[in-house]
Design a protein around this ligand. Structure first.
Ligand SMILES: [Zn+2]
Length: 228
């Protein structure tokens, strides 16, 4: 599944179409259309097998556009946020890439998307490969302008993207609730506002591990899946 916002929006040319009042809603409408056409979940979501610890691997994204060495820590914090919230039946342990059930990679965007999850089968166990796009600048528009002056907004977006895709890896589907990390942008709403809501809770990057970004709905869903 792809949780993406298209940036293929450069075909607008007439003067009236260049006005911000027209352009911004058009960008959002096109993005949401693309999301609804290719971003819906289409199977592959299922709980991870917790009869033994769930192994994970977080790749080094050195060389990927926009990647920072500290991004691995954001991914780990996202993993730990789910770990703290889920019932004790779910335990993550690090492992080599070749055997890890959950594998998180950093990738260059092809469609301006934030992230993607692909189901994996590892020695007969269901797993997931996640692709996170750390080059937030490539999103363009308001987000690109804002992160130039607000490093914590960029960190918030990368963290929340990891959190969202890890939610899919754990078997959670999209929701229609704007409060949820599993909210699907295709249902509408202000995407910048969505990220800002989390950003506003941070005074420094070190706050991220204590501000999970999970809503009551997310917590309810993860507990329902992994409570035996
Ligand atoms: Zn998604």
């Amino acid at each position: 599944m792809i949780c993406s916002v298209s940036r293929r929006i450069h075909a607008v040319s007439s003067p009236v179409l260049r006005s911000a009042a027209f352009y911004v809603p058009v960008i959002i409408a096109i993005a949401l259309f693309v999301l609804q056409s290719n971003g819906q979940l289409s199977g592959g979501l299922q709980p991870l097998d917790t009869t033994s610890p769930v192994t994970y691997f977080i790749a080094d994204g050195t060389g990927q556009p926009g990647y920072r060495a500290s991004d691995r820590q954001l991914a780990l914090w996202a993993l730990q946020a789910w770990q703290r919230t889920a019932p004790k039946t779910l335990q993550f342990v690090p492992a080599a890439e070749s055997v890890a059930l959950v594998r998180l990679y950093w990738t260059e965007s092809d469609e301006g998307g934030y992230g993607e999850m692909r189901p994996l089968l590892v020695a007969g166990r269901h797993g997931a490969a996640l692709s996170i796009q750390p080059d937030v600048n490539s999103m363009g528009g308001d987000i690109a302008r804002r992160i130039k002056n607000d490093a914590l907004l960029r960190e918030s977006i990368v963290y929340l993207t990891c959190l969202h895709e890890l939610g899919h890896a754990l078997g959670l589907a999209h929701t229609r609730d704007f409060a949820d990390i599993m909210y699907f942008f295709g249902y509408g709403g202000d995407i910048v506002k969505y990220f800002d809501r989390y950003r506003a809770q941070l005074h420094s990057r070190d706050d991220i591990p204590s501000v999970s970004g999970l809503s009551a709905g997310d917590i309810s869903h993860i507990k329902a899946i992994y409570t035996r």
